[in-house]
Design a protein around this ligand. Structure first.
Ligand code: ATP
Length: 237
């Protein structure tokens, strides 16, 4: 059973709040095998965030079907098996990492377990900063804390929107190595990026999205043989 199965997915945003109407997704078919590390790449505005929101049930598709972990993303039992790291993280600066994880655990309907949370913070390299205020964290540390929150409850599928965007090179290396470790543990990874080089370091399968359509999809080595690398202009990695 694939981790994500999307067919004929369309999303048209209506005109609202001064924004023009927009065909963000124009008929996307995509299958993400279980256990894979899958990267959706494409330039800004290609529809990547909309795709992620559709597979999480946050936006309602205009047309098409979405199946995640064999069910509907609107089913709370399915949602409970997905970890999500959004593009923009809003973290409470006055809180400690431990207090933050306790609250997220409660919101997810999990029992707040100090020992398990500490192990999670260790896994993302934040054990020594666990009692410090989040406001003093670097961007990379904040992103790793976001990852720890996404990993609460040991999800089968981890969905990440631009996980290394805007963080320093050292922070990128740290986030990447956490993601690689997750894949080794058997978690399916689905991430968005506008950086091809970044995706190449973590993912084994890639789809190229441009203007709401998938241009190419496949194993990384197949795509680079086909010259798809040059099909779209990306920001340098
Ligand atoms: P970025 O990397 O810049 O976030 P993206 O590939 O993730 O880009 P989306 O954020 O999915 O792309 O946006 C796809 C298109 O849909 C863009 O033209 C965007 O302006 C538009 N769009 C996104 N959200 C809305 C909305 N709520 N209402 C109207 N248009 C929207």
């Amino acid at each position: 059973m694939p981790a994500i199965e999307v067919s004929g997915l369309r999303k048209t945003y209506r005109r609202a709040f001064g924004r023009a109407g927009n065909d963000a997704l124009r008929g996307v078919d995509l299958t993400v095998p279980e256990g894979s590390a899958f990267g959706l790449i494409g330039p800004n505005g290609a529809g990547k965030t909309t795709f992620i929101k559709a597979i999480l049930g946050i936006v309602q598709p205009t047309a098409g079907t979405v199946r995640v972990l064999g069910g509907s993303p609107e089913d709370p039992r399915i949602r409970a098996r997905i970890g999500y790291l959004p593009e923009r993280l809003h973290l409470p600066g006055a809180w400690t990492a431990t207090a933050f994880l306790n609250t997220v655990a409660r919101l997810k309907g999990l029992r707040p377990e100090e020992a398990a949370h500490l192990r999670l913070l260790e896994r993302v390299g934040l054990a020594s900063a666990a009692g410090r205020r989040i406001g003093g964290y670097s961007k990379g540390m904040r992103q790793r804390l976001g990852l720890a929150a996404a990993l609460l409850g040991s999800p089968s599928l981890l969905v990440l929107d631009e996980p290394t965007d805007g963080i320093d090179p050292m922070g990128r290396v740290e986030v990447r190595s956490i993601l690689q470790e997750e894949v080794r543990r058997g978690t399916t990874l689905f991430l968005n990026s506008h950086l091809l080089a970044e995706t190449e370091r973590v993912c084994d399968r890639v789809a190229i999205l441009a203007d709401g359509r998938v241009l190419r999809e496949g194993r990384l080595e197949e795509l680079s043989r086909g010259g798809a690398r040059w099909a779209v202009r990306f920001a340098p990695g």
